[in-house]
Design a protein around this ligand. Sequence first.
Ligand SMILES: *Cc1c(COP(=O)(O)O)cnc(C)c1O
Length: 456
Amino acid sequence: MKTIIEPFRIKSVEPIPFNTRAQRELILAKAHFNPFLVHSNDVMIDLLTDSGTSAMSSNQWAGIMSGDESYAGSPSFYHFEEAVINITSMPFVIPTHQGRAAEKILFTLVGGQGKYILSNTLFDTTRANIEYSGATGIDLLCKEGLHPTVPAPFKGNIDLDKLQNHIDQLGAGNIPLVILTITNNSGGGQPVSMHNIRETSKICKSHGIPLFIDACRFAENSYFIKMREPGYENTPVEVIAKEIFTYAQGCTMSAKKDAFANIGGFLALHDAELAKAARNLLIVTEGFPTYGGLAGRDLEAIAIGLREVMDEHYLKYRIRSMDYLTNKLKSHHVPVMQPAGGHAVYLDAKSFAAHLPVEQYPGQALSCELYVAGGIRCCEIGSLMFGKYDENHQLIPAQLELVRLAIPRRVYTQSHIDYVAEVVCEVFDQRQSLRGMKILEEPAVLRHFTAKLDYI
Ligand SMILES: *Cc1c(COP(=O)(O)O)cnc(C)c1O
């Protein structure tokens, strides 16, 4: 097989800032040992997130210039609407400034005290919006998903037996919707199979519960189905994506992911009444229905991005990039999530820093060290992000302690990724020196974004 090459050439470049280990130690201390608080011009390779960090294509930039900024009825909105309907077949398309704004509108309408939202795994903003409404979010990830280093093809699946049991116990009337996150971001970017989506939809239908898709990475998930699910080998990704949405009554999406946009999102629905209520909220918090929270130019860029992302040369390169880094780390015995996810490589911090108890946030300790050692910024997805306290202020840890190396779309080349592998391996060789951390200050919700920490 020939080498898989980046399916693009580069027309515009940005310099990478270089700094020394001593400088980075000072920078990190000033940022209270929270990489989210480090300035990006102090970061050499920024793997904090794949959200809004994609390189747009020359076509998208052309769309930025041709975007129509009319307050009402902009052609850019109709391009956007058409692109979303083409994939989802959902007739009501509501543009928002980000995915979480779509979630906020949706859960304000269907959430509230006494309600339960069931999912394979809720992303952090989704969970926050559910809980903010007074409802309870419940993750029902399949067993394979709970073992980061044990490979399985569809580790993002929801556990269908648990789903059925929860519906029986909680009562379908208290479950306004079930939402599947594809791919499962917080669970390692692992895909959900078509079979699992179809069976979830059957269970939901038999109880009259709508199924929603958190569609941020629908194209990456569709490509995994093509690669791994028998019967889909020869099906075009676009056809697979369309089939996924036939099982759903609605979806939320952040266009900052698989639409290659720097900002944007949407809520798409089949239900006319729900759409009417959503548009009323949209007008209060986002904007008029034909622009929502976005400029016409953003709508245009998203419309183009939604088509580009289904290009299979792109998806092949994209998924291969994660595999490439995962394999390099694996061959150095670094504990890494297997198989590779769609948008990120996840280190298993619990075994990487096995000498640190979860109360000392091993994932955060590792994230900090990757910055100091190589100027690489990444993100803890563990007990700093998802931990809670019991009544005695003891930590209730997250299920997994992961560190996410999210790969921005079309941004870094293979030698950047080689550098990342070198730094991770070097930190792994000296893992005994990783130091435990404590939280000094934290907000009540989404604490990982702004918490201040220090070494114990
Ligand atoms: C990013 C993301 C969101 C939220 O989208 P924003 O645009 O960041 O508000 C929701 N769900 C998943 C799975 C995501 O990855």
